[in-house]
Design a protein around this ligand. Sequence first.
Ligand code: B12
Length: 351
Amino acid sequence: MSSETTPEKLPALQQAYLDAMLAGSGRAADRVVEGALDAQLTPQRIYLDLFQPTAYAIGRLWQRNQVSVAQEHLATAIIERQMGELHPLFRPQRERGRTIVIGCVPDEWHRVGARMVADFFEAAGWTVHYLGAAVPTRDLVAITRETGADLVGVSAQMLFNLPRVDELVRALDAAGLAGIPVIAGGMPFSEQPGLAAALNVRGSGADAAAALAVAEQVLAGPVTAHPAAPGLAAVALERLRERLVHEATARCLAAGDSGEALIRAGFGYTTKMLLAALTAGAPELLDGQVAWGNERQPHDGVTPAQMLARLTHYAAALHTLMPGPEGATAAAYADRLVALQRQAMAARLGP
Ligand code: B12
């Protein structure tokens, strides 16, 4: 709760906004935004205190199977429409004389956060090139060069997309643009502030206001050198990716599991998660994923016991296919998944 002018009104506005979204009523949501403006909430606070927490709440409800995908899509569409309507209020008072290119990494479809960040920069007088969801890396590099950007901002909400952030920094370096700093944001960065350094980016922020603050800090700091080389374990796992998915799936099927396509897809996802955690050198990133899986996956027809069996086969396949020190590092991450799944199941059963 951060508006100085109307703190007492905020909880009621937040509740009314969530209710409007759950009812799927764009008109009711519009009335809440009008009420917020009447109560002197700035458009920035409307973004951060109404739109963002409501989007998070809708996400939690979807995770628990309490709202449908359609309700989530509707809510997101309403938020994006209202952002467009509020956009004129983000016109700057004066120019900052700086340019930012901002968008989401490839395969990242969560674009609302990046758009909020874009509007905050706009209000602060930056020239903003906002590119939306899933921007191919080479195109992000190209527009960075063409616009003479001072800063690149990227959004990666899904853990499995973290390696794409690292790739972007390397691509800018390879294009001779290493001097242009990159900042990043999205759920993994909000949860782990140390992630930025591990992925060779210069800073991260948990919301649009923090994004602006970190941008100013970065511009005031020294120009950094080339990105650190990727970890060997991540490189080795990337190379093995298809064989690993194949081998782990075969082990599950041999043990009597069924639904080959889903098992295969699940292992593809697991491998992406491992790659992300390995790239960042942060095994603890996997913890939230296991917790998430235990809450969501039963609604998608996968029981915790099935998850445990599958992860155990996956870890065994990894141990077999990746001997040597790189394999040991990657296998330790996979073993962590198995241990976490056991813990989650034990916690569910209780003492
Ligand atoms: C809407 C939504 C979608 C929409 C997005 C549409 C759109 N137009 O953007 C769609 C349907 C595409 C979608 C798809 C999926 N989603 Co989704 N989605 C959401 C939801 C409900 C809201 C996202 C949102 O708008 N947030 C509001 C914005 C304002 O917040 P934000 O993104 O965090 O941004 C702020 C900060 O992070 C920061 N920031 C962001 N970018 C940047 C950049 C820089 C440079 C800086 C400094 C800061 C910064 O500032 C922003 C503004 O303050 C979230 C819930 C959540 N917790 O976010 C789930 C959520 C992210 N989705 C989730 C999942 C699982 C998925 C899917 C895998 C579902 C599926 N089975 O297909 C796919 C993955 C798609 C992909 N490859 O990207 C999970 C992720 C769980 C996890 N632990 O990984 C979540 C958390 C829901 C949940 N609780 O389970 N999703």
